[in-house]
Design a protein around this ligand. Structure first.
Ligand SMILES: NC(=O)c1ccc[n+]([C@@H]2O[C@H](COP(=O)([O-])OP(=O)(O)OC[C@H]3O[C@@H](n4cnc5c(N)ncnc54)[C@H](OP(=O)(O)O)[C@@H]3O)[C@@H](O)[C@H]2O)c1
Length: 240
């Protein structure tokens, strides 16, 4: 669970809500997230959730969306015409990486499991590598690897990066370095301007989030403890 907190327009005007006018990906709530009906935070960490964006979509956007945005554009310095290896392209982060990279004019190679192929293609990857059955090395060179998996996949991916390219990873520090390239591991940060860019893309249909299971607060523990495979973001609805 992460920390997307959006203001509820319906709460405006009620005590404690008058000066709050937005949403947030706010890492100050708790590093590993929380579930709460009400949260107090500084207004500067909030940005507006447009009235035409569903709360479930809003909840699914900040972490995955900002992670994808920052990895591609801030840390990866993606340029139009470059190629991106987007791991886990049917997952929450990877599916947004695929869409944003395509929109930015990149050629996107998505990866995942065999069952993820169509979903990744639906999110816009130009081609798909089934990591269980295809040979990753067959894709040739890429300019940017967006890693959400780590381990051996990360190491093999780094070897595919062209001179001057970048390995961006969100699964923690790594010693893996592309030859004559850069490795960046990072943790997503709140950014109101970037969040606004993302939500605008949702509104005009250029971006969609990857929502998996939606549960009630009562079912949250069972949902998080479940061992069944889930594709997409888990969202806990505080109110039905
Ligand atoms: N640093 C940060 O700021 C930051 C921010 C967001 C996320 N993260 C991290 O990034 C990772 C991905 O997050 P997410 O929300 O996108 O997760 P997710 O929705 O589960 O997506 C990951 C995708 O990669 C696939 N995958 C994983 N290992 C694979 C393998 N060996 N072969 C083929 N496919 C594989 C998963 O398939 P299966 O479901 O079948 O495994 C899933 O489709 C997590 O570790 C998360 O903690 C870090």
């Amino acid at each position: 669970m992460n920390w997307p907190v959006w203001s509820l327009p319906s709460a405006m005007g009620q005590p404690g809500f008058q000066s709050v006018s937005g949403y947030s990906a706010c890492p100050t709530v708790h590093r590993d997230g929380t579930l709460a009906e009400y949260v107090a935070m500084e207004a500067r960490n909030l940005a507006p959730l447009p009235g035409d964006v569903d709360f479930t979509v809003g909840a699914s956007l900040p972490i995955s969306g900002l992670t994808a945005w920052q990895g591609l554009f801030q840390h990866g310095r993606l340029q139009a015409g470059q190629s991106v290896l987007a791991h886990g392209a049917a997952g929450a982060v990877g599916s947004i990486v695929a869409q944003l990279a395509r929109e930015a004019g990149a050629y996107v190679i998505g990866t995942g499991r065999a069952a993820d192929r169509q979903k990744a293609l639906d999110f816009g990857v130009n081609e798909f590598v089934d990591l269980g059955n295809d040979t990753l090395e067959d894709i040739g060179g890429v300019d940017l690897v967006f890693d959400v998996i780590g381990g051996d996949i990360q190491r093999r991916s780094a070897a595919l990066i062209r001179v001057g390219g970048t390995l961006v990873t969100v699964v923690g520090p790594t010693d893996v370095r592309p030859v004559d390239g850069l490795t960046v591991d990072f943790v997503v940060e709140a950014d109101r301007a970037q969040l606004s860019e993302l939500v605008q893309r949702i509104r005009d249909g250029r971006l969609r989030t990857n929502i998996g299971k939606v549960s009630s607060l009562d079912d949250a523990v069972e949902t998080f403890n479940s061992t069944e495979r889930r594709s997409g973001k888990t969202v806990i609805r505080i109110r039905p």
